[in-house]
Design a protein around this ligand. Structure first.
Ligand SMILES: Nc1nc2c(ncn2[C@@H]2O[C@H](COP(=O)(O)OP(=O)(O)OP(=O)(O)O)[C@@H](O)[C@H]2O)c(=O)[nH]1
Ligand SMILES: [Mg+2]
Length: 389
């Protein structure tokens, strides 16, 4: 509600306002009325009785009275007439102060919430790391030590924890359950089947020195020992000095047929001769992975022979990243089985689990020494035991 007071002087107007309204009045405007003929209406003061003025009244100028009011106001001198102006400023200030206080409270609250969220987040990470119940820590350490990736270990632990409720967490029980879980995950190739009328053909490829020729002589030896003497070895590794001679020495000793093929063109003739064999093991040369000619050569032999199985031979003591790189290259060369050699020399057998899973190429054999008998068909339980040693 707005009211206007006219008086001869501002002092009179303020006096009347004070008498009428008391301290609640808020002065909106005050001005002189120079054109007024009435001596009792020389000034006009506009007030509002609402508590809050949306905007402060515009500052008044020029007149002596007004000046004096302004001076008073700024100096804060106590006069009954100025109380309203002071009160108006104070209301605005109070409002602003309350507003600022609200904002500060809000900012404080947000800061606290942010700090709490950050702590939760950090706690969350810590929980993941330290949430392995103490009974399972020993097995977690074994798996890490054996070269299994952290994520795989977490997954395995989660599965085993479900199988081992709180009242059955003895070390032997946990280990047994882990062995089962591991065995379930290990990827093994189906066993090769000999058939009548056509030989089973197994080709062996892989990096230089991986153990390809060794695997072939071990498998040939094992076959003859178990009564299958109708086998042959074909070697395409004819360029490397002494490679053929080395295989020849073995073939003579084991009484196994050996054929050497210089180029893919020689394949039909040789395989015609081997038509009645039950098993043909094909050796290849090991060359640098970056050698494109080598890739072409292996591809050309593959196309000419069309073997039933292509075994990628890799040493288990190779570093993880090198293993991955090798599989990337050789998978393109149609490898569909993985053989790990040098298991006896490796102290981190984790790749036996993660590599076949990652590339979806199952395991066939594992070489575990330099002796002629040091080869085993990949078995889930045996590998699971190695991973838990
Ligand atoms: N300790 C151990 N040594 C092995 C194993 N397999 C192969 N070796 C050794 O690794 C070396 C290379 O074996 P090879 O069979 O000649 O390897 P390769 O892949 O035919 O080699 P290239 O024909 O040159 O590409 C030899 O000294 C083998 O005795 C194994 O399982 N354990
Ligand atoms: Mg060789």
């Amino acid at each position: 509600m707005i009211r206007k007071y006219r008086a001869g002087t501002f002092s009179e107007a303020f006096q009347r306002i004070k008498e009428d309204v008391g301290p609640d009045a808020v002065i909106l405007n005050q001005q002189e009325l120079p054109n007024s003929k009435n001596p009792n209406e020389k000034v006009e003061v506009t007030i509002t009785l609402d508590d809050i003025a949306e905007t402060p009244p515009p500052p008044t100028k020029t007149s002596k009275d007004t000046q004096s009011i302004g001076t008073y106001n700024h100096k804060g001198t106590k006069t009954g007439d100025l109380r309203h102006t002071i009160k108006h400023d104070k209301v605005v200030q109070d409002r602003l102060a309350i507003h600022m206080e609200d904002m500060l409270t809000e900012v404080k609250k947000l800061r606290e919430e942010f700090a709490a969220t950050r702590i939760d987040f950090l706690e969350g990470i810590r929980v993941v790391r330290s949430s392995i119940p103490k009974e399972f820590r020993f097995i977690s350490e074994i798996l890490h030590r054996n070269g299994l990736p952290a994520q795989t270990v977490q997954d395995l632990l989660a599965e085993v924890m479900l199988l081992c409720p709180v009242d059955s967490r003895e070390e032997t029980h946990i280990k047994e359950q882990m062995k089962k879980v591991l065995a379930n995950r290990i990827s093994i190739a189906s066993r090769p089947r000999l058939r009548k009328g056509r030989p089973l053909t197994q080709m062996f490829i892989g990096p230089a020195g991986a153990g390809k020729s060794g695997v072939i002589s071990k498998l040939a030896g094992r076959a003859t020992m178990t009564g299958n003497t109708n086998i042959a070895i074909v070697t395409t590794d004819c360029c490397r000095m002494g490679a053929v001679e080395q295989m020849e020495a073995f073939a003579i000793a084991a009484d196994v047929t050996l054929e050497a093929i210089n180029s893919p063109e020689g394949v039909p003739e040789v395989f015609e001769r081997l038509r009645d064999k039950s098993l043909v093991l094909i050796d290849t040369a090991g060359r640098s992975l970056k050698n494109e000619e080598y890739e072409e050569e292996i591809n050309a032999f593959y196309e000419a022979i069309r073997p039933d199985e292509v075994h990628l031979v890799l040493p288990l003591n190779m570093r993880d990243r090198d293993l991955e790189k090798a599989v990337e290259v050789y998978a393109a060369l149609k490898a569909n089985r993985i053989i790990f050699t040098k298991q006896d020399e490796s102290c981190e057998p984790g790749a036996l689990l993660w590599l076949p899973l990652k590339f979806e190429i199952p395991l066939s054999y594992i070489g575990n020494g330099q002796g002629p008998d040091n080869i085993v068909s990949a078995e889930k339980e045996i590998i699971a035991e190695w991973l838990l040693k």
